[in-house]
Design a protein around this ligand. Structure first.
Ligand code: ASP
Ligand code: MG
Length: 405
């Protein structure tokens, strides 16, 4: 008999019919004799609605009050899920984050977990009850409700699985698992049966948002094996775990695309220590995340710096950089919108050669011009024009043998 932690996302508990479906699924595990802890999100759209309502009253709402408000969404679904289980004759009890002893720091709306006691979860399980825990929320040491950042129910589930030493952690969502590429872009995309934490992090940060990145980092740190699978069918999903020798045989796991990038070039800046530090410090202070940084060789004591930012931050980045150039008394800023970042990701890159050659040859064969290049141990990324993105992703998917038969 196993201890299973299951997490159901917002679409899986989107209305009462779906909650009943979730309850039926939970019951099958209970009937097999397993102990089940369930973490639920708010119904899809609820958290967004609550944020929107707060903003109609106050453009920058107090963060403690924000958490008080946002925690409401998950409190609805835990109670409804418990009631649905009761209607099926299954013993179940709901618990808030605080009742489950999920303690956090004081960073409201993006709190970090500092300790999990589990509250009386073990006791309830021993009494044969399913315990349904509100995802996304915790409590700080002053007794105030806190939340764990958007998508934080994933973190609640992974952290509970770690603390309870669960045998299995299942993340139920509205997709069948993690795919080799976005199936909306690549017709021949396949579900990846098994992948490493690192690969999922790369794929997720590159725009294939499946799980909250923090939760994957937490799973990696505490070695929590989990499965991403659909709550709408019974197909096996994607198992995510630490790198295993078998994973190394798979050289490339997937092709990811982020279609929301702007290329920023700051040209003619002084080629001396501190210039880049000043530029990135100012961007950092403005809360702008920077990606794909390259600096070219300097000529006549001047250098060019190129990087990408999210399209949403482009205008803000332009303003910040104009100010920096003013301060440096040199430099010019230019922005190129409609840039896509296309990446191939694979742990096997570490131990196989020729990946870069194949990557760039494939782009060349398709007449795709490259704006920026970056790499990590398990990833090669390029910034290209948005209009080339679909062609690039499909060509790379085929070239690296990822197409479904
Ligand atoms: N309800 C929260 C959100 O929408 C947490 C979650 O769904 O994981 O971000
Ligand atoms: Mg979610």
């Amino acid at each position: 008999m196993a201890l299973i932690v299951q997490k159901y996302g917002g679409t899986s508990v989107g209305d009462t019919d779906r909650i009943l479906n979730v309850a039926r699924r939970i019951k099958t595990f209970v009937d097999e004799g397993h102990s089940v802890v369930v973490v639920v999100s708010a119904r899809s759209g609820v958290t967004n609605d609550l944020i929107a309502r707060a903003k109609t009253l106050n453009a920058s709402p107090d963060e403690r009050e924000m958490d008080m408000l946002l925690a409401v969404g998950e409190q609805e679904t835990i109670a409804l899920t418990a009631m649905a289980l009761h209607s099926l004759g299954v013993k179940a009890v709901s618990r808030t984050g605080a009742q489950a002893g999920i303690y956090t720091d004081f960073a409201h709306t993006r709190a970090r977990i500092t300790e999990i006691t589990g509250g009386d979860i073990k006791k309830c399980l021993d009494l044969g009850k399913v315990v349904i825990v509100a995802g996304f929320q915790g409590i700080d040491r002053d007794g105030d409700i806190s939340t764990l950042g958007r998508g934080g129910s994933d973190l609640s589930a992974i952290a509970l699985a770690a603390v309870l030493k669960a045998d299995i952690c299942q993340i139920y969502t509205d997709v069948n698992g993690v795919y080799t590429a976005d199936p909306r872009i690549v017709k021949h995309a396949r579900k990846i049966p098994e992948m490493s934490y690192e690969e999922l992090l790369e794929m997720a940060s590159l725009g294939s948002k499946v799980m909250q990145a923090r939760s994957v980092e937490f799973a990696q740190k505490h070695n929590v094996v989990f499965e991403v699978r659909s709550s709408f069918n019974n197909e096996p999903g994607t198992i995510v775990k630490s790198e295993a020798p078998s994973l190394e045989d798979v050289v490339i796991s997937g092709v990811a695309v982020d279609r929301n990038q702007t290329k920023v070039t700051v040209s003619d800046i002084p080629d001396k220590p501190g210039t880049a530090a000043e530029i990135f410090r100012q961007l950092g202070e403005a809360g702008i995340v920077v990606d794909m940084i390259v600096q070219n060789i300097s000529r006549g004591g001047k250098a060019n710096l190129t990087f990408t930012v999210s399209k949403d931050d482009a205008v803000k980045a332009g303003k910040v950089l104009d100010a920096v150039c003013g301060k440096l008394k040199s430099g010019a800023v230019s922005l190129t919108g409609d840039i896509a970042k296309v990446s191939v990701v694979g742990t096997g890159m570490r131990s196989h050669s020729g990946i870069a050659a194949k990557f760039f040859q494939t782009l060349a064969d398709n007449n795709i011009n490259i704006q920026v290049i970056t790499t990590s141990e398990i990833k090669i990324s390029v910034g290209i024009f948005l209009e080339d993105a679909e062609k690039a992703v499909n060509a790379l998917h085929t070239a690296f043998g990822l197409d479904a038969e």
